[in-house]
Design a protein around this ligand. Sequence first.
Ligand SMILES: [Zn+2]
Length: 391
Amino acid sequence: MTKRSFERMGRGARGPRQCSMQPMSESPARSTGAPPYDSPLLQFLHALPKVEIHCHLLGTVREGTFLEWTRRAIAKAGGVAPLTEDEARAFYVRGEKPVGVLKALRALDAFLITQPDDLHRLVYEYLQDAAAHQVRHAEFFWNPTGTAQESGIAYPRALEAIVRAIHDASTDFGIQGWLIAAIDRQAPPQAANEMVEWVVAHRREEVLGIGIDYNEVDHPPEWFAQAYADARRAGLKTTAHAGEFGMPWVNVKTAVEQLQVDRIDHGYTITDAPDFAARCAERGIIFTVVPTNSYYLRTLPKERWALDHPIRRMPGLGLRIHPNTDDPTLHKVTPTGAWHMMVKDFGFSIDDLRGFMRNGLDGAWMDPGQRRQWQAEFDAEFDRLRALHQP
Ligand SMILES: [Zn+2]
């Protein structure tokens, strides 16, 4: 983000969007969406103000919306289903060994999302759901290449619908939504370069930077060096999925040193390289981690999963981590649930959570003045809620 647009934000030029948190008791999100929690720990975690900085728009689609769009696609195809309702429902059943969500995401791009209003609905519903868990600032990934090439919605039209939804959700739920244009690493590198061109040509302050996602296997980060260089030159922030799917830690190193990213998504295999981890720790790079990540649920034995999961070891290497939902509806997780797993499954303490909360604010691409203000407000709220709920 450029200094100029930081300043624009600071002057409140964004209409209804808030630069400081709404008072907790007045948040319209408080009474919607989340279940009543009976344990003090869950009540505390639900009430905590949060940022979310690793979440994929297509992975936030509600089951009801997905089914509605599936029925629409079936009707449009004259009953010859590209996807049956049963197949659609199966995406929302998460077994003990989850197969991953990429097929559901591809179906959305290929034939479920057909018009800009679909994108508006997706964004609005995601931000409503996130706000119900006290997420105040949500930076979410969206793949413009798939939307343009598969859904047939060109970048400017798609962006207009998404930005409209961001503003509607800000007005209705008091949450700040921000976009990260994500490279589909399974598409050719030329498509990534083109995506960055679109972002720069149609610059909006809601688009903070770029990322890279989809399957890392056989799609290493160095293929996208040109796109990252172009993005940095244009003043965009950068992050990258690396060290996911068991891919080697050198992918994290490539992302940090060659792509020069501002933060890392996942990054788990860095635990195989303590010396490099120490260098990342020294630089204070934030790692956005995902407790529900399908790869480890699938590959580690059930009884060892929580004990052997790299997330458990990352802070011990000095790394700064922050928990996120990734594909919340498909992973069957909420922001509250992701934070809960950090305690329940990985054994972190309440004091550790305070550190993760600060990491999230430091990793979020927000205006420095707002960050300072929120650091003070989040800290005070953390203490107040801890005393109130005694988790
Ligand atoms: Zn992700």
